[in-house]
Design a binder for this molecule. Sequence first.
Ligand code: CP
Ligand code: NVA
Length: 332
Amino acid sequence: MTSLKGRHFLTLKDFTPDEITYLIDLAAKFKKMKQDGVAHDVFKTKNVALIFEKTSTRTRCAFEVAAHDLGMGSTYLDPTGSQIGKKESIADTAQVLGRMFDGIEYRGFGQEIVEELAEYAGVPVWNGLTNEYHPTQILADMLTIREHLGELKGKKFVYMGDARYNMGNSLMVGCAKLGLHFTACAPEKYFPNEALVEACKIWADKSGGSITLETDPLKATKDADVIYTDVWVSMGEPDEVWEERIKELSPYKVTSELMDNASAHAIFMHCLPAFHDLKTKIGAEMGKKFGIEDMEVTDEVFRKHSKVLFDEAENRMHTIKAVMAATLGYEG
Ligand code: CP
Ligand code: NVA
């Protein structure tokens, strides 16, 4: 029987395909329990700390609702409200929180920060997004693909856009471990780093998947089962990069033409938030400045695939619940 009790959840690189599948299965089980109104508040004596050094809608809400459903208390530390890193080191913060809480979520900057927290906390630490990885998102994405396409192995998964950052990296690792055929499609400078590509190729060989890097959107998306994208400028990056990103990544925008080039049943996915229209502050600003109507995905594609996209967002909660429960010792 798989047990993840006491483990940290920092990147999917640390987990075997069986362990990742176990978490997705557990999430599906929790989802069904929630739908059927079956209580699962098995951790009534436990509390979790949620550190957010960057903003969030989905991840924060998913952790809070999941903690509540599991019977736990949660404390949210917002990007300005704690001493972390400013007046108190990561190691000291980890030891303080580890004395009060049974698990700690961290969203912020470098992966080394969440790793240091994990080293000193003495309780499970969960990565809620760093510059390099966003592992809880991948569990939700895989559950969503399974729900919509039936299985994961052998599916052709294409990631369009900046593939060097948290989403591109984590999706490549997840696909490699679970036997999907992963293609990163971008200008070469946006390809994931070589060492990670090489590691993923080894995992993909074992799982029956593959890793491809491609600059041509039509070649990459031909017969794809899943086309995925993310924002072109991530949280924490300077505003100055917008112009260059819009110029260099516009040919990689997900359009109806690309979706029509994919297989007939292809789905579009996005971790969200997405710039598919000008109804956001940044979207409107970029629209005015660069004369554009959308960015990484057209509004038409976004709307057509909204069921998948909002299932994906909902699945953040069920999968995060599975991660917390499994690492805190859930035996269900
Ligand atoms: N996908 C995701 O992590 O969304 P939030 O930034 O809203 O948490
Ligand atoms: N790459 C994005 C993902 C948001 C969920 C960011 O880091 O801002």
